[in-house]
Design a binder for this molecule. Sequence first.
Ligand code: SF4
Length: 224
Amino acid sequence: MREVMVQYLQHRLLRWFDENQRVFPWREDGATKYQQIVSEILLQRTKAETVAKYFDTFFSKYSDWNALANASLEELEEVMKPLGLYRHRAKRLYKLGEDIRRRGGNIPGNSNELRDSGFIGLYVTNAFELFILRNRKPLLDVNMSRLLKRYFKPGDFIDVRHDKEIQELANDIVEVRRCKELNWAILDYAALVCKSRNPLCDECVLNKHCKYYELSKGNTTFIP
Ligand code: SF4
C-alpha cells in the first residue's frame, strides 16, 4: 500500500504543480546554483513571498560564492536585518562562506567531497546534492514533514532532524525523474493547500489516499 501511496502522491503533485506552481526568482531558468542554494537558506522559517521581495537586495550585494566568502559576519548581520532572524541566518551564511573560502573558492564536486566539506545541516547538504550534484534529495523542512506526516502517518510532530522515519519517507518520495520539481511541488502544496492550520482537505488532490483525511472524516474532533 505504501508504494501505491508514494506513486499517487508523486503523480498527483507533479500534475498539480504544472498548473499551480508559484513563480520565484530562484526558480527561474537564469538563477545560478549559488542563488538557488543561498535562497534555500533564506527560506528556512520564512515565507517564500518575503524572500522573493528581499532577493535583489541580497544578491546585488553578494553576487557569487566569492563575494559571500569575503563577507564578514557583521556585514551579513546588517544585510539580513530586514529579513528577520538575522543573527541566525548571518551565522549560517558566514559559515558557508568560510567553508567555501577554506576550499579555495571551490564548491564540492561530488558526494564524498560534500560529506567532507563540513557544511552545516542536512537541509543545506541536501540542497547542494539536489541543485549542484543533481542527485535526488528532499528539501525536508517542517512544511514537507507536515504534509508527508499527515498523508502517511498522522501523529505527533518530531523535529525533522531527528525523525528517521520522515527522512526515509522523504527520500522515497523524491525518487522521480522530475525530482527538483517534485520538491518544489511539495513546498508549494504545503503552503497553499496542506497548510499548517485549516488544510483544504475537501479540495485536495491527495485526499483519496490521505490518512489524515480518512481519520478526520471518521472523527470530527480529530486534531493533527
Ligand atoms: S487531505 Fe488534507 S491533510 Fe491530507 S494531504 Fe490533503 S490537505 Fe493535507
